[in-house]
Design a protein around this ligand. Structure first.
Ligand code: SF4
Length: 508
């Protein structure tokens, strides 16, 4: 078997003039997505598929391919007896640029083995490794459930020790939270995809509310009517309700009250284990809106500064200050919300590690029950040379690593523990997003949603409903089916009946 860690090889690195391509030829399989995940991790580029081949610009790998500017051709092959990955120029079986495993020795599913081998091969070529190793496109906590130790995760997937530890810690808390929910339960999401302004880094469907004032009442009516149509037809006990967005509190006080009263008029929401409402942007929070929530029995909200550095807040287009956040946070606490989550983002444009660490310290001083640390690391390369891109990406990865490591250490010291985690593919380095909580304050909905172990019924534009099927006693391998909803709010309003019927059929 060849599961040894092989990333620390010294390999000559040259610098080319043009930008050659990396081509991965697939023989005996069509695992294009897993291959694309790994190529994206190393190159920062979005690969595409050609006939039996995944291709992408060499991007951050360009300097590795060398001065010849020739394309790098790799072969990923599955035969009857073996899975192997090698460079086209590879001479012999012993060549370090050939990685293989005989099928009789294999214990990973083929798609993961293909991915793992490509990761190690590119790692050998470039001398680079990533904190989460070859774990892209898969939740680390799910992998942790399949393994017996952190060391195994490190050895098989090249995950760094501290990250493997984080994955196992989170897995244990996730499992505890899941035990508090019925496997057949349903979890409801309602989306209000509008915000007071659009943040520069936003990757959601959120639209700017001030430009859509006439649309908002129509949208609220559409969501409420969709719920009227769907909820009576759905079987299964609803355990949690999450109202997110966008920023639901961007609605005017009158419209917000109408919306919340409309939602809680449904008898299906009378015995929920948990309700959480996002009041993400502090500048949308008023005493009246908070009172509407409290009157409806909501005790859990999210108020998300993302950073407490005013210069960054201005830079990313958020129209509030750190002080606005603190005022809203204190008001919510004083009025009686028992669990407040705050989100921070590591890697906001031009924010230094020191500024991030300062925000985190100040948030910890406020003692919210939950703190969620997201990571953001987009490539920025418009007019840069190849060498500058490589240098900048390296610095960017180090900057975010410093922030995430500091966050993890400080939050554990302050009595918070990680309880759910997910990773996004389109970030450089595939960094993680982690929800931390004080014991007993975990958000059930977040775990239900992210774990893919519970069904989710989603209302509103852009929502994704999903059904989880446990086809055996093995809770590690639930089958998940998804049902997306139209993203554009105008289209959603026009087709709300169609969307409702689609969901009723989906959950039938
Ligand atoms: S608050 Fe969130 S959803 Fe709204 S624009 Fe900013 S990032 Fe997007």
């Amino acid at each position: 078997m060849r599961y040894e860690n092989v990333t620390n090889m010294n390999h000559p690195v040259g610098v080319g003039d043009k930008s050659p391509k990396i081509l991965v030829r697939c023989i005996g399989h069509e695992f294009y997505y897993p291959i694309s995940d790994i190529l994206r991790l190393f190159t920062g580029e979005i690969p595409c598929t050609e006939e039996n081949c995944v291709v992408c610009d060499s991007g951050a790998m360009a300097s590795v391919i060398g001065p010849s500017s020739e394309d790098l051709v790799l072969i990923s092959s599955i035969s009857e007896t073996r899975i192997e990955t090698y460079s086209e120029k590879c001479a012999s079986e012993d060549d370090p640029l050939r990685i293989f495993i005989d099928k009789e020795d294999m214990f990973l599913p083929s798609n993961r083995e293909v991915k793992r081998q490509l990761y190690f091969l590119l790692s050998r070529l470039s001398g680079r490794s990533f904190p989460w190793g070859s774990l892209t496109g898969i939740r680390p906590t799910q992998v942790a459930r399949e393994l017996s130790s952190e060391e195994e995760m490190t050895k098989i997937y090249d995950v760094r020790h501290d990250k493997a530890h984080l994955a196992f810690l989170t897995r244990d808390r996730e499992d505890l939270v899941l035990k508090a929910t019925d496997p057949d339960s349903l979890h409801v999401y309602i989306g209000i995809p509008f915000c007071p302004s659009r943040c520069a880094y936003c990757s959601f469907v959120a639209q700017e509310a001030p430009r859509k004032t006439a649309l908002l009442p129509q949208y609220v009516d559409a969501v409420l009517s969709e719920m009227d149509m769907v909820l009576p037809k759905i079987e299964g006990k609803i355990e949690t309700l999450y109202i997110g967005g966008g920023t639901p509190t961007v609605l005017s006080e009158e419209l917000f009250e109408k919306f919340i009263k409309g939602v809680f008029s449904h008898k299906e929401f009378q015995n929920l284990k948990e309700v959480c409402v996002e009041a993400g942007r502090p500048d949308t929070i008023t005493e009246k809106k908070l009172q509407v929530l409290l009157d409806a029995g909501v005790k859990r909200i999210c108020i998300n500064p993302q950073t407490l550095c005013d210069a960054t807040l201005t830079r990313v287009g958020r129209k509030h200050t750190a002080e606005d956040f603190v005022k809203a946070f204190n008001l919510a606490g004083k009025m009686g919300f028992s669990i407040i989550n705050t989100d921070l983002i590591a890697g906001l444009p031009e924010e230094t590690a020191e500024e991030f660490c300062d925000s985190l310290r100040r948030i910890i001083e406020l003692q919210p029950e939950n703190i969620t640390v997201h990571s953001l690391s987009k490539k920025r390369r418009a007019t840069l040379t190849r060498e500058e891109i490589v240098k900048q990406e390296k610095e960017e990865l180090q900057r975010i690593e410093k922030m995430l490591t500091f966050a993890s250490e400080q939050l554990l010291l302050a009595g918070y523990s990680p309880y759910y985690m997910y990773k996004q593919k389109d970030t450089l380095g595939g960094h993680e997003n982690v929800g931390y909580s004080k014991d007993g304050t975990e958000c059930l909905y977040n775990v239900a949603m992210m774990s893919d172990q519970r069904s989710v019924l989603s209302f509103g534009a852009g929502g994704m409903s999903k059904r989880v099927f446990f086809e055996s006693e093995d809770v590690l391998h639930a089958r998940v089916e998804r049902c997306p909803c139209i993203k554009d709010p105008i289209q959603y309003i026009a087709k709300v009946n169609e969307m409702a019927e689609k969901k009723i059929r989906f959950f039938d």
